[in-house]
Design a protein around this ligand. Structure first.
Ligand SMILES: Cc1cc2nc3c(=O)[nH]c(=O)nc-3n(C[C@H](O)[C@H](O)[C@H](O)COP(=O)(O)OP(=O)(O)OC[C@H]3O[C@@H](n4cnc5c(N)ncnc54)[C@H](O)[C@@H]3O)c2cc1C
Length: 343
């Protein structure tokens, strides 16, 4: 285990905001867990690739930085193969490695930044696919009881950009590996219209999984600002999900608001459209701004602080709330140790 005192976290978060931690413990093997100090949610934090966090304050205590690596095909059947990946594996490299091994299921999730261990936290999703479709189980270290715990997919409580690890029991389990059930015979998942259009633009009628992955990479590179040049955490707000009668009332006032009915009778509405309708796309205050390419993406144009970005987040939330009566929920974890936790 590597121990670093007072590290700068600027290089460890894709918003590229300056923050520090009292101590950083870089976990490289499962044995490292056995000698961990107690985790205090009031001052400690677990970090993966830092692509879904906003450091609004420093981390006063210890940052548990999970870099436990390793990836392996652990079982092969007629139709499926099971892959086990350490939490510290780079997600996109894992996706490409599975494709090289002629296993499909992750291609639509290509180029999502971050590490494998964080993928279940918000049930990552893109281009019509969510982790939930392939996740078999999660192994984690229980930071309260100091024991191993295994979660089946059902135990993980996966939902739209959510899981038990994010909402119900944040900071309790340090995920050490995930197990995925992948397909040995490719079944394209092309429900997302933009992806079908990209493939037909390239005259690809019967795409391979690698061709779909390549198309997703091109679409993402075109659509999303690259954190290497413009700090960001991808989509900052979740699409709000409303009860049918509430959405119908809103849609009567804003008939052009994109809406997607869900299986449980609720309706998902486009947060990007709401932000754009409020005239905020491309809005900038100091170095904190909203991308002019994608209204859901908040960007650090240079030296914005986490606090300044959080201020912009609050402005967007209140403007959208005043116009639509809907409170947008942030997708990334806002790290703010200035707020007292309930005891
Ligand atoms: C340009 C860009 C595009 C993106 N596109 C998408 C997208 O299409 N779909 C999508 O779903 N997300 C997207 N994201 C968000 C992000 O990439 C994912 O949520 C990713 O899974 C976060 O991984 P991470 O390792 O960076 O997690 P971090 O940002 O380090 O952590 C995120 C949360 O998970 C917790 N955590 C991290 N690792 C562990 C662990 N091992 N055990 C327990 N808790 C842990 C942290 O405490 C934190 O609460 C995007 C981000 C960027 C910057």
């Amino acid at each position: 285990m590597k121990v670093t005192k007072n590290p700068s976290l600027k290089a460890f978060n894709t918003f590229r905001v300056e923050a520090s931690a009292g101590l950083m413990l870089t976990l490289e093997t499962e044995e490292d867990l056995l000698s961990l100090p107690p985790f205090d949610p009031g001052k400690d934090f677990i970090l993966g690739g830092g692509s879904n966090v906003l450091f609004a304050t420093d981390v006063p205590g210890t940052l548990f930085h999970n870099r436990i690596s390793g990836r392996e095909i652990v079982k092969t059947g007629d139709d499926h193969a099971w892959v086990e990946a350490g939490a510290g594996e780079n997600w996109h490299e894992l996706v490409r490695w599975t494709l090289k091994n002629k296993l499909s299921g992750l291609e639509n999730l290509s180029l999502i930044p971050g590490l494998a261990g964080a993928a279940p936290i918000q049930n990552i999703g893109a281009y019509g696919v969510e982790l939930a479709t392939v996740l078999e189980s999660v192994t984690a270290w229980d930071l309260v009881r100091s024991t191993w715990k295994m979660f089946s997919r059902e135990d993980c409580g996966l939902a739209y950009r959510d899981s038990r690890f994010k909402a119900a029991e944040p900071d309790r389990y340090l995920i050490t590996s995930i197990r995925l059930r992948l397909d040995r015979h490719y079944k394209p998942q092309l429900e997302y219209a933009g992806l079908r259009e990209e493939l037909s633009r390239l005259n690809i009628r019967h795409p391979t999984a690698i061709e779909v992955s390549d198309a997703v990479i091109r679409l993402r590179q075109h659509k999303l600002p690259d954190p290497a040049t413009s700090g960001n955490a991808g989509s900052f707000f979740k699409n709000p999900v409303l009860k049918r009668d509430e959405s119908e009332a809103l849609l009567a006032r804003f008939p052009e608001l994109p809406a997607w009915p869900l299986d449980d009778g609720t309706i998902k509405l486009s947060a990007a459209w709401m932000i754009e309708h409020c005239g905020l796309k491309g809005y900038r205050t100091g170095d904190a701004g909203i991308s002019d390419r994608h209204a859901l993406v908040i960007v650090n144009h240079g030296s914005a602080t986490g606090g300044e970005i959080l201020q912009l987040v609050r402005t967007i939330q209140s403007t959208v709330h005043d116009t639509f009566g809907v409170m947008l929920e942030p997708e990334p974890r806002i790290v703010d140790f200035s707020i007292d936790l309930p005891t």
